[in-house]
Structure formats: C-alpha cells, structure tokens
Design a protein around this ligand. Structure first.
Ligand code: BGP
Length: 474
C-alpha cells in the first residue's frame, strides 16, 4: 500500500494545544475562550475541561520519545496564542516562546518535521471581551501580528504552517449551532466573523511571504464531501447547494479569493449582509496557499429540505449510537443517513472512499497540493489487564484511508502528507476523554483527580510504525 506514496511523504500525527497541554494557567499563560467556556455548566461532556488534559506541557519529551520510537516523520501541533501573547497583542511572553522552541528542537533532534497550527480555536479571552473576538475587524491585525511573532521565533526551524484550523467548524459551531464559544445562534454574525477570519488568513499568508519565511503555509479545512441520497433532481440540486454552502464557500475563498456567487445570492435572499469593505477583494485574491490542509472524517449525504423542514438538529456528543438528529437549512438541503456506510458510536460515517473523492474533487477544482492534516477514528478503547489496547477497528480505519489516499495519488492528485488524529488520546471538545483517537493511550477519564496520565502504546501504534518502516524500505 505504501508504494504509491512519493519520496519524502510526511507520515505524521496531530494534536492541538488545548486538547493536550494542560497547564492552562502556568508560566504566564492567560485565559482563552475555551478556558472560560468549559466553566459554564452544561457546555461540555460531564463538565470536562483541558485544565490538565494529558499534561503534554510537562511530558512533551516523553511524548516525542514515543513518536521517535515509532518513526514518525511529522508532528502537527498548535500553539496557544495565550502563551505567546497573554494580552492578545503587545508584550511577548518569553516562557511561552521557550516552551514551543523546546518542543520544536526536541522534534527536530529526532528527525520529526514540526507542522505548526497557528490557531486551533483557543482565542485569548481578553480579545473576546475587548471587542468580540472574530466579530471585530480588529482581530485581523492582532492575528497577523501574533503570526508574525511566531514566524520570527520559529520560522528558521518550521517548514510547514497551518493558519486556521477548521474555520468552517469553529464558525458554524460557535455562531450557529451554539456548541462552541461564543455560543451564539446568528447566521448574520457568523458570516461577518467568518469574513474577518478570511482576511486574517489572507493577510497572514501575505505576511509569511513578506517575511520570506522559508516554508509552506495553508489553512486546514474540515471537508465532508457530499453525496446526493439518490438521483432525484431536487436532491441532486440540494447537494450542489450543500457543497456550495459548506465546502466551496470556504475552499473557493482560500484558493481563488472569491465567495461562490450562488451562495452570496442566497444570503441576500435571507437578508444576510456581509460587511465586505473596499480593498477586501484585493486582499483576498492575493493569498493562494502553498497547500490546502484537509481534515477528513466522513462524507455527508444530502437530500432536499422543504421550507418548513429541519434546521439545526442535535449532534451526538454522548457516544450513544443513533442519538444524532437530522440537520439542515430550510428550503435548501438537509443531511440524511447514508445506507451504504457504517457509522461510529458518535454517528460519524466511516467512508474511506469518500476521502479519495474529496481529494479528487479538490485536485480537479483547484489543482493544489494537499496535506491531510487530520483523519482518524474516535472510539471507546479498553485497556486490558496486560496493559494493551487492541484497537483493530482503528487499524482498519487508518489502513483503508491510507489506501484511499494512495489511489488518489496514483490517479493524479498531489498529497504531501498524512497526519492521523490524534497522537496521544486527548480531550475531545464536546465528548470529553471518553472518545479516544490516539496511537498512544493515556490513562485518564473525566476526572482530573484520578488521572494517572500513564502512556500505553495501542496496537495501532505498532501498525503505523510498521507502515513507516515499509515505506522507508521502498
Ligand atoms: C476536528 C478538530 C480536532 C478534533 C477532531 C475530532 O474537528 O480539528 O480538534 O477534535 O475534529 O473531533 P471530536 O473530538 O469532536 O470527535
């Protein structure tokens, strides 16, 4: 299976600061919107939070040693803005720079390529309070300045940069579905905040090039390629609309600097007005990324949704299979179940061929190098008495997705790397610690007080190690 992959392919794995680090108030770090949000009762699974997480902040050397032993070629992690600039801007916290500098050096010492995400959702709370975070244009300058601090500090050592992680997710979950901070339901506010994020992304890429950082940069998009439930024309058109609203809306902007016309028109009809100012078009048109990061977990199957149809439905955040509800935009589309694929306990559809489809669609529409920045299976894992974890379901999941990428490469797509989600087990934003993704099991449940935090290698750890060894031999 590894035959099709190009030389230098980045076999990696990923995490994000808030989900692994812990040490939420250590060494000058300030509060992020997530540190605040998890304290609101009822916002997360059984009240879990990232205060301690898996304590990667203090155990990063142990974690990197495990990566090195596995032969990992790349590690994608995010930087906490609140460690670098506790006030969101202004004075740089040297202890924060030091932590990431040490982590980067530790990775490089073991021949592991750092892939750095600038923003994985943990906005400084001060900026949320001062001007409403993403809803204000002031965020654009602050974000670019923050990025410039990182380029200055780490640009000599980091070759791969991710600007924003899943802008489409933090926007929709934060401003429509009320599942992320700031927990708002307003399409109007979402589209404006999102426009600011587009400007921040574009100007950061521009800054990167102005500063001549010798690396590559791009955003990571959560792509759920869509299928029509059947060939009934109204469902096929609904699917086209779904792709335009949920995928092209973001990807066209990243790659071509333009919003899809049909969506703009539809928003007008909904009385939603985006605050596009003079000069924005030029900024947005001048920021084609070097690569597009894709986080892929599942496909979505779509049907027409009547005007009096479903809107925001409940998501399954409990791990109770079948508890998610249909969701959609009335008069346009809704997401329905695909009868041809299996689902996880969290109702995520398992569809490796969907990844191949997604890669091909991107190649055909945008012709750009792709890095798979996340892909993985969230499940309940069981530590046996012998301290083993037999996650054959995860091995199958990853193996099938690797095959799908290999096929896409063979059929003409340019994929430069693959990061599984996740390296160690970690905090799942809405599902606590029960939902595990890692190659490395971490001994903890919801309660910080009983957390042992011991690391154990899962069967999938060895499987991936072996895959990388095979690749090295080719
Ligand atoms: C992506 C995020 C990750 C991670 C992953 C799994 O959307 O970028 O941070 O959380 O999804 O999601 P979940 O934890 O909800 O299962």
């Amino acid at each position: 299976t590894v035959k099709n992959f190009p030389k230098g392919f980045l076999w990696g794995s990923a995490s994000a600061a808030y989900q692994v680090e812990g040490a939420w108030d250590k060494d000058g770090k300030s509060e992020s919107i997530w540190d605040r949000y998890v304290r609101i009762p009822g916002t997360t699974f059984k009240g879990t939070n990232g205060n301690l997480a898996v304590d990667h902040y203090h155990r990063y050397k142990e974690d990197v040693a495990l990566m090195a032993e596995q032969g990992l070629k790349a590690y994608r992690f995010s930087i906490a803005w609140t460690r670098i600039l506790p006030q969101g801007r202004g004075e740089v916290n040297q202890a924060g720079i030091q932590f990431y500098s040490d982590l980067i050096d530790e990775l490089l010492a073991h021949d592991i390529e750092p892939v750095v995400t600038i923003y994985h959702w943990d906005l400084p709370q001060v900026l949320q309070e001062e001007y409403g975070g993403w809803e204000s244009r002031q965020i654009v300058d602050d974000f670019v300045n923050y990025s410039a601090v990182l380029f200055e500090a780490f640009g000599d050592r980091v070759k791969y940069w991710v600007t924003l992680n899943e802008q489409n997710i933090f926007m929709t979950l934060g401003y429509v579905q009320e599942l992320h901070p700031p927990k708002v339901h307003s399409y109007q506010r979402m589209y404006n905040a999102n426009h600011n994020a587009n400007l921040a992304n574009a100007l950061t890429i521009k800054k990167f090039r102005e500063m001549k950082v010798p690396g590559q940069i791009g955003p990571s998009f959560a792509y759920n390629p869509a299928y029509s439930i059947d060939s009934k024309p109204e469902n096929v058109i609904a699917t086209e609309n779904y792709e335009a609203f949920n995928s092209s809306w973001w990807m066209d902007m990243y790659i071509n600097g333009k919003y899809p016309k049909t969506v703009l028109k539809a928003l007008e009809g909904m009385d939603i007005h985006i605050d596009i100012q003079e000069g924005d078009d030029e900024i947005l048109a001048d920021a084609r990324p070097d690569f597009l990061g894709i986080n892929y977990y599942q496909t979505n199957t779509v049907a027409y949704n009547p005007v009096d149809g479903v809107s925001v439905g409940k998501m399954n955040t409990t791990g109770e299979k079948g508890s998610s509800e249909e969701s959609g935009m009335p008069g346009l589309f809704k997401r329905v179940q695909n009868p041809f694929v299996e689902r996880t306990n969290w109702d995520w559809e398992i569809d490796p061929q969907g990844l191949k489809l997604g890669i091909k669609r991107i190649t055909n529409r945008y012709d750009i190098p792709i890095m798979i920045t996340e892909n993985g299976l969230g499940e309940y894992d069981k530590l046996t008495e012998d301290k083993e974890i037999h996650d054959d379901y995860r091995i199958k999941y990853i193996s099938d997705h690797v095959d799908a990428i290999g096929e896409a490469i063979q059929e003409g797509s340019d994929v430069i790397g693959y990061c599984t989600w996740s390296y160690t087990d970690l905090l799942s934003w809405l599902n606590g610690y029960q939902k595990r993704y890692g190659f490395v099991y971490v001994d903890r449940e919801e309660d910080d007080a009983t957390a042992k935090l011991t690391r154990y290698k899962k069967d999938s750890y060895y499987w991936y190690k072996n895959l990388i060894e095979q690749f090295n031999k080719e």
